[in-house]
Design a binder for this molecule. Structure first.
Ligand SMILES: [Cu+2]
Length: 154
């Protein structure tokens, strides 16, 4: 094989990867989110952090790196939904392996939420009230603080 032919083949390979990558990522997202989640589901992201507890949304990398500087920043998240809503939570860890439990709705992640591997959980908020979710993996000295509230309104 001459060099020119090899160049063309490598070029084609690189182009293939560049073109295929977004498709791969969106397919992986679909796989994570599951196909059966209806479009009207209420979606929330929760990121587990050993010092800040559960954070609504995502945590910036810089916050993970500087967590020792602002350990006092701790605001447990509050999620508000309406009775009957399908709720989907995307659970991510920013540092160590966390877990998740929302026992009032029978939701448990017992095999861990590992950094870089978001977990999707889904349930129907079929009862009204104020419910607590927590981390069910011993993840550090602030483990006890790792909780949040889900308010289900009528
Ligand atoms: Cu935890």
């Amino acid at each position: 094989m001459n060099n020119k032919k090899a160049d063309i083949i490598y070029f084609a390979l690189v182009m293939f990867v560049i073109v295929a990558l977004p498709f791969g990522i969106s397919a992986y997202d679909k796989y994570l989110w599951g196909e059966k989640i209806p479009g009207d589901a209420k979606l929330f992201s929760l990121t587990g952090h050993t010092q800040k507890g559960w954070v609504l949304g995502s945590i910036k990398a810089v916050d993970v790196l500087t967590d020792g500087l602002n350990t006092k920043v701790f605001t447990p998240p509050v999620i508000k939904v309406n009775k009957g809503d399908r709720v989907v939570l995307k659970l991510t860890s920013s540092d160590v392996v966390h877990g998740f439990s929302l026992k009032d709705f029978g939701v448990f992640v017992n095999d861990g939420i590992h950094p870089g591997k978001p977990r999707m959980i889904s349930f129907v908020a079929d009862k009204q009230g104020v419910f607590t979710f927590a981390c069910n993996a011993i993840c550090g000295k602030h483990h006890e603080n790792m909780s949040g509230t889900i308010i289900v309104k009528a």
